[in-house]
Design a protein around this ligand. Structure first.
Ligand SMILES: Nc1ncnc2c1ncn2[C@@H]1O[C@H](COP(=O)(O)OP(=O)(O)OP(=O)(O)O)[C@@H](O)[C@H]1O
Length: 279
C-alpha cells in the first residue's frame, strides 16, 4: 500500500512538530526515515496510523484518507511505537490473545505464525513477559503488530536499546518479512547503517520537513555530487564518502549533523556504533 503525506502541519502548543511535510512511500517498499532528535518522526508515524490528526494537509494510506476512515487504516496498518509496555502477569502468548481479542480477530488467528515469524520459541511464548529481555519484548511487540497480517508496517526506532546481536536478529526478521510478503515497511532510525542494510528508499527529516528523499543509492550519489561541486575538502579526501551519512550531512547541514546522535553504524554493530556525525 502506498503512503502519501501532503503539506502536513502539526503543532503542539508553541512547538511545530511538522512544518509542511510532504512524502510518498511507494507500495511494497522498505522505507527508512532518518532525522535529528525532535525532527518529527514519531509525530509523522502517529498521524499515519490515525492516532493523531494533522492541523493541516492530508495523510493517506492505500488511497484512504487516514482522518476519514481510521478503522480501515488500523485494520491494514501495523504500528509498533518506540515504547511498548505489556502487563507483567501475562505470558507472551496471552498478550497476543489480548491483542487478537481487541482487534476482533478470529480465535485461532495467526498467533502461532506471528510467534514463529519473530523467532520466539513456544517455550518463550509461554513465559511471563516480566522475565523477557529487551530483545524478546521487541519481538513480542512486532508479533502483536503482525497478527492481522498487515499491508503496512510502521516501526518507530525498532532496534533502539538492543544489543548488537538483538539488532542483527531484528534485521533478519524484517528482511524475511520484506522478502516473503508485499508489505510496505516504514521505520525510523538513528542508525544509518541499518537504513542502508534494510531499505531501498529513505528520507531525511529535519525540523518537521523532508529535506531529502529518494532511493538510498540516489541520496548518497546526490550528496557526494553536491559535496564535490561545493569543493568540500572532507568529502574530497574521502572521509565522508559513505553513502547515507553524506546525504544526511548534506540535507540537515553541518551544525545539525554535528549535534545529531546518528551513527554510521554497520549492520553488525549498530548499537555499539551510535556516534556523532562529524562535519
Ligand atoms: N504530545 C506532544 N506534546 C508536546 N510536544 C510534542 C508532543 N509530541 C511531540 N512533541 C514535540 O514535537 C517535536 C517532534 O517530536 P517527535 O517526537 O515527533 O520527534 P522525533 O523525530 O520522533 O524525535 P526523537 O528522535 O527524539 O524520538 C519535538 O519538539 C517534540 O518535543
Amino acid at each position: 500500500m502506498r503512503i502519501d503525506a501532503s503539506d502536513v502541519r502539526k503543532t503542539y502548543g508553541d512547538v511545530t512538530a511538522l512544518d509542511g511535510l510532504s512524502l510518498t512511500v511507494p507500495s511494497g517498499s522498505t522505507f527508512g526515515i532518518i532525522g535529528t532528535n525532535g525532527a518529527g518522526k514519531s509525530t509523522l508515524f502517529r498521524l499515519l496510523v490515525g492516532h493523531d490528526r494533522p492541523d493541516a494537509g492530508t495523510v493517506s494510506v492505500g488511497g484512504t484518507d487516514v482522518t476519514e476512515d481510521g478503522r480501515r487504516i488500523r485494520e491494514r496498518v501495523g504500528y509498533l511505537p518506540e515504547h511498548v509496555g505489556f502487563p507483567d502477569g501475562l505470558t507472551g502468548r496471552e498478550v497476543l490473545g489480548v491483542h487478537r481479542a481487541m482487534r476482533g480477530l478470529s480465535k485461532d488467528g495467526r498467533t502461532a505464525e506471528a510467534i514463529e515469524r519473530v523467532g520466539l520459541t513456544a517455550d518463550e511464548a509461554d513465559r511471563r513477559v516480566s522475565g523477557y529481555s529487551n530483545g524478546m519484548q521487541r519481538r513480542l511487540g512486532l508479533a502483536t503488530v503482525l497478527l492481522p497480517d498487515p499491508d503496512v508496517l510502521i516501526l518507530d526506532e525498532p532496534t533502539a536499546g538492543l544489543d548488537p546481536r538483538g539488532v542483527d536478529e531484528f534485521h533478519a526478521i524484517v528482511e524475511e518479512i520484506t522478502s516473503e510478503t508485499d508489505a510496505t515497511v516504514v521505520f525510523c532510525s538513528h542508525v544509518l547503517g541499518e537504513v542502508e542494510r534494510l531499505c531501498d528508499r529513505a528520507a531525511v527529516l529535519h525540523d518537521g520537513r523532508v529535506r531529502a528523499a529518494g532511493s538510498v543509492d540516489e541520496l548518497a550519489a546526490e550528496a557526494e555530487a553536491a559535496a564535490d561541486r561545493d569543493g568540500d575538502s572532507a568529502t574530497r579526501s574521502g572521509r565522508d564518502r559513505d553513502g547515507l551519512r553524506a546525504a544526511f550531512r548534506e540535507a540537515v547541514g553541518d551544525d545539525a549533523a554535528h549535534d545529531a546522535r546518528v551513527g554510521k553504524g554497520r549492520a553488525d554493530d549498530a548499537t555499539a556504533d551510535r556516534e556523532e556525525v562529524a562535519p
